[in-house]
Write a protein that binds this ligand. Structure first.
Ligand code: CMP
Length: 141
């Protein structure tokens, strides 16, 4: 199978893109780069400007705030959207725990996808609401 088709197949399977049409999926695939990183790679650095959105194909990453691990992210999950949306510094550091395959979207590509693939914008908003509820729950306990 061609590399492009493998990428499209991955995208079609993930919840974030599952309602997208094949045209929209091709658009996302064209706009993204595939990278592989070793364990221990700092992908987002807390307090620093952010220029990329990451979607996890395989492997896991730790989300750390002030050096403390606050979450683990794995296949089908994503990170790095916050700084791209509000243009503020990264809210946390994200470091690979294993070798990881990632799809990376630049700020421009991310904006382009949000503008042209409304399904994805809606799902990102729903996921953000869920993270906020989770953070509130934790703050109360
Ligand atoms: P951003 O702030 O751009 O860079 C760090 C990323 O870590 C952030 O976007 C989110 O994608 C992710 N992140 C921050 N806080 C949490 C959390 N509590 N749970 C899961 N992921 C988080």
């Amino acid at each position: 199978m061609a590399r492009k088709d493998v990428k499209l197949e991955h995208l079609a399977k993930t919840w974030l893109f599952s309602n997208c049409s094949s045209r929209e999926l091709s658009k996302i695939a064209r706009a993204s780069d595939e990278i592989t990183v070793p364990p221990g790679k700092v992908l987002c650095e807390e307090g620093k400007p952010g220029r990329e959105f990451f979607w996890i194909v395989s492997g896991t990453a730790a989300v750390k705030r002030h050096g403390r691990k606050i979450a683990t992210l794995g296949p089908g999950q994503y990170f790095g959207e916050m700084a791209l949306l509000d243009r503020l510094p990264r809210s946390a550091s994200v470091v690979s725990e294993t070798e990881m395959d990632l799809l990376v979207l630049s700020q421009a590509a991310f904006n382009g996808v949000l503008d042209t693939v409304p399904q994805m914008s809606r799902k990102l908003l729903a996921a953000m609401a869920e993270r906020l509820r989770e953070a509130d729950r934790k703050a109360l306990h």
